[in-house]
Ligand binder design. Structure first.
Ligand code: BGC
Length: 427
């Protein structure tokens, strides 16, 4: 065991308060450039052509939630007053090892969208008479010219299906519905999952301007009024995972080079659930020369949740994965390292939220509000919420009390239904 090596890795993942303030300031700078027409920014700042709901929206809508390895089609009844009911839900994985894989580099768009069309048919119980409007939460960077027309710019989260990048996703969906003779389902709106979270939370709670996903992937959107710029107010999907003004260490660098899309999604690769376990794998290989053993963010959660004296669970996890004798001392260092990887993630994420606040309230007059967040890392990974809260205090001081992080569970489907129900923003 080389304690110095571990301590050095921990130092490489540590961000102090000044680092956080610098990240928040650099992020704000990229927002402000990004809202200008020709400003240089690493944030994509994609227009979503939708505002915030009134809370009074009503009616039955189909919602398609396509953003991770699990696909969901949900029939939702909006009841107004921030209330809704789930009438029917169908959920299926996009990968079943040994059976099918719709997201690998060999997979084809047609097969993927045929699979989705079949799920839609199941959700409507093969009723081909009743008319359904469908809202689609598509959680990948897409450039839009209106609420319907979203063209995938680039796959993220290691998705690689052929024939989708550069295409209008709802056209691919429409063609599949046609092939399956499902002519009564009409896709009308596409939104990002961050936008869905913001809409869902605005519908239920009100007083929210920022929606964020902290899960396999990471991204944030906010309601932009374009004050003084003369454009219509609407939600902007920042694609904050692409933010690139962050110092990276040797492990971030290795991970990036080995990923599906090197040099893309720099921030996301430092913070999201898809990558945190992988960062730990690179670190342990560097310390112990064990090759790349696959750790996941669930492993990180297991490590962080073990507060026993002998770290029994951490030792067991390491022993199961690594062909070497693991001591309690080793486990203590691995836990400290995992804590730092998770804490760096949480701190970077909230630095971006604070950057948005500085942009929205340049006169230091942040009003009380919610920031809506959905995702397994936020919801389930130990230490994350505490580190987020602490990070906000380090950046905003007493103003931190103005921001309440709230879990918006299942917002992707509700948001899609709302998008189908709402009047779009033109512009
Ligand atoms: C995508 C975003 C998405 C986020 C969370 C990222 O990889 O680029 O569009 O919002 O994951 O799902």
């Amino acid at each position: 065991m080389n304690n110095k090596r571990f301590q050095r890795m921990i130092d490489e993942f540590t961000l102090d308060s000044d680092d956080l303030k610098n990240i928040a300031a650099a992020f704000r700078y990229d927002i402000e450039n990004g809202v200008k027409d020709n400003g240089e920014s690493s944030l994509r700042m994609l227009k979503s052509y939708i505002g915030l709901p009134t809370g009074k929206e009503q009616g039955e809508y189909l919602a398609l939630d396509f953003g991770g390895t699990n696909l969901r089609v949900v029939l939702i009844r909006l009841l107004g007053e921030g209330k809704y009911e789930v009438v029917k839900k169908v959920a299926k994985p996009l990968v079943v090892p040994g059976e099918y894989d719709f997201i690998c580099a060999d997979a084809k768009a047609e097969d993927l969208f045929d699979f989705i069309a079949d799920m839609i048919d199941e959700a409507i119980e093969k009723n081909h008479d009743k008319k359904y409007l469908l809202g689609h939460t598509f959680s990948f960077p897409s450039s839009q010219t209106n609420i319907y027309d979203a063209r995938l710019i680039i796959w993220t989260k290691e998705f690689a299906t052929q024939g989708v990048e550069g295409e209008v996703v709802n056209d691919l969906l429409k063609a599949a519905l046609k092939r399956k003779q499902i002519n009564n389902v009409e896709p009308t709106a596409v939104i990002n999952d961050t936008v869905a979270v913001l809409l869902a939370s605005a519908y239920k709670l009100g007083n929210v301007n920022v929606g964020s996903i902290y899960a396999t992937g990471h991204n944030t959107c906010y309601y932009e009024k374009f004050n003084g710029i003369g454009k219509p107010a609407m939600v902007i999907n920042m694609e904050s995972g692409a933010f690139n003004k962050l110092g990276i260490n040797e492990f971030d660098y290795k991970l990036d080079l080995q990923s599906e899309k090197p040099y893309e999604q720099r921030l996301e690769k430092m913070v999201s659930g898809r990558y945190m376990g992988e960062l730990l794998s690179y670190c342990l290989d560097s310390a112990w020369h064990i090759g790349k053993v696959g750790f996941t963010s669930i492993d990180i959660s297991t490590i962080l949740a073990d507060n026993s004296d002998n770290l029994d669970k951490v030792c067991k996890l390491l022993n199961d994965k690594i062909d070497a004798e693991i001591t309690v001392d080793d486990a203590i260092w691995v836990k400290a390292l995992a804590e730092t990887i998770a804490s760096r993630s949480a701190r970077i994420v909230v630095a971006t939220y604070c950057g948005i606040m500085w942009h929205l309230y340049p006169n230091d007059d942040i009003p009380q509000q919610y920031v809506a967040v959905d995702g397994s890392v936020f919801e389930k990974m130990p230490t994350i919420k505490e580190n987020m809260q602490k990070g906000i205090y380090e950046i905003l001081g007493d103003d931190a009390d103005k921001i309440q992080l709230v879990l918006e569970n299942g917002g992707s489907a509700l948001g899609a239904a709302l998008a189908a129900a709402m009047e779009p923003v033109e512009g």
